[in-house]
Design a protein around this ligand. Structure first.
Ligand code: UGA
Length: 434
């Protein structure tokens, strides 16, 4: 059992704090948002993440998970302090470290004994050094700054945290190594190691992993685009490629590009980090360019089909950047909405979780429907931007009777080509023949 403080109760902080409490530690989460802290004390989980609510409730009830706005009392007894603070992208793509360094400075002013201070946020190479320097300016008390990047996927965060593929710990401080090793013992399974390294390598591991996955998706998106030109089927190509264990089946699904709060931000930040060191990440540059085009791939298909879309009405299934989340950050659906409405089209959209978030951002620029069938009424075509399970086995008679004509543009390849051919709809997807 350890006493832990987690600073920042965003997505990463909340999952981290809750999962450490679940493994028997005493966790105090700190946030400057008093309203949010009150709601969390009352048991309200401020984000949508499957399975988090059960753990949250249990650990609050058993008094292992607490919330406060006060930094000093929260860290007083804490052996380990996690920084899970926002690092939003600046204009130039670089990560803004002002929150992280601000809290580091505050910690420097209040720590009274040795602390392990852990960067959990995704931060550029060299941040641990900057955090150390910010603390050191304020105190002579010994401390260690550790880089311990998270590899959680939204929608699977609890499972990813509890059963990690690996845990990366960047520190060369022997005392910190021992403490982190003890903390992570409950999460270690055969073949899924704790990997110790220096701080900089740990920081770069996170960017390199996300950028590699983004590259893998993007490579497949280009293969899919080429399949359409030469008459190949990307499903078959993916199957053939993925069976090579060096390649693997995962993250080979083509679509209308990657989005979310992580891949676009991290890929841009790695590019910027390279530029800062006069190093040109040419692969990353290409990934960003291809993804920008891919996000509006359905627009090209719609324009090819209809020509002018002024006054056309489209039904849109899916707004979240991926299924099982209400997160719409960098969602390809929103780029698509932008391009379609710019050309005079109107849109009615449905998403099982993300409508409220979209309303907050684009308001009444589009209309919203209560369910996936209501959006179809009188629309010229159905566009699919997110592969929610509920869209995968629809009532095609309902689709055909409600649409003006039965036309579907699918940006996530949710239907089997053979099945859909029997349904009597015009169907255009990514990397497959219509
Ligand atoms: C990603 C990483 O997968 C996590 O390991 C990492 O911890 C996290 O970023 C982060 O840095 O915090 P996440 O953004 O939740 O997690 O989403 P993913 O499930 O990785 O999907 C990212 C995007 O790629 C989505 O837009 C998804 O639709 C797209 N994608 C994914 C594809 O287009 N094809 C695929 O085969 C897989």
């Amino acid at each position: 059992m350890k006493n832990i403080a987690v600073i920042g109760t965003g997505y990463v902080g909340l999952v981290t704090g809750t999962c450490f409490a679940e493994t028997g530690n005493n966790v105090t989460c700190v946030d400057i948002d008093a309203n949010k802290v009150e709601r969390m004390k009352g048991g309200e989980v401020p984000i949508y993440e499957p399975h988090l609510d059960v753990l949250f409730e249990r650990n609050i009830k058993q008094e292992r998970l607490k919330f406060t706005t006060e930094l000093a009392p929260a860290i007083e007894d804490a052996e380990i302090i996690f920084l899970a603070l926002p690092t939003p992208p600046g204009e130039d793509g670089s990560a803004d470290l002002s929150y992280v360094l601000g809290v580091a400075k505050d910690l420097g002013k209040i720590i009274k004994e040795f602390k392990v201070i852990v960067d959990k946020s995704t931060v550029p190479v060299g941040t641990a050094d900057q955090v150390s320097a910010a603390i050191r300016e304020e105190t002579d008390i010994p401390f260690a700054v550790v880089s311990n990047p998270e590899f959680l996927r939204e929608g699977f965060a609890v499972d990813d945290f509890m059963n990690p593929d690996r845990v990366v710990i960047g520190t060369e401080d022997e005392k910190a190594k021992t403490i982190m090793n003890e903390l992570y013992q409950p999460f270690i399974r055969d073949g899924h190691p704790l990997i110790f390294m220096d701080e900089k390598s740990a920081e770069l591991t996170k960017y390199a992993a996300n950028s590699f996955l983004a590259t893998k998706i993007t490579f497949m998106n280009e293969v899919a685009n080429f399949c359409e030109i030469v008459g190949a089927d990307v499903d078959r190509v993916r199957e053939g490629m993925g069976a090579d264990t060096r390649i693997g089946h995962r993250f080979l699904y083509p679509g209308i590009g990657f989005g979310g709060s992580c891949f676009p931000k991290d890929v841009s930040a790695l590019m910027k980090s390279g530029n800062d060191h006069n190093f040109n990440f040419s692969i990353i540059d290409a990934v960003l360019n291809v993804n920008n085009q891919q996000r509006i791939k359905l627009l090209d298909k719609v324009l090819d089909h209809f020509g002018d879309i002024e006054g056309k009405k489209f039904a849109l299934w899916g707004l979240a950047f991926k299924p099982d989340t209400d997160d719409i950050r960098e969602a390809p659906a929103l780029y698509l909405v932008d391009e379609l409405t710019k050309r005079g089209a109107t849109i009615t959209a449905f998403d099982p979780e993300a409508i409220d978030n979209v309303k907050n951002v684009i308001g009444d620029k589009i209309e919203y429907a209560k369910n996936q069938y209501e959006v179809l009424d009188g629309a010229d075509a159905l566009l699919i931007a997110t592969e929610w399970s509920v869209f995968k086995n629809p009532d095609f008679n309902e689709i055909k009777s409600r649409l003006k004509s039965p036309i579907i543009f699918d940006g996530r390849n949710i239907f089997n080509l053979n099945d859909i051919r029997e349904k009597g709809v015009f169907y255009s997807s990514i990397g497959r023949q219509t």
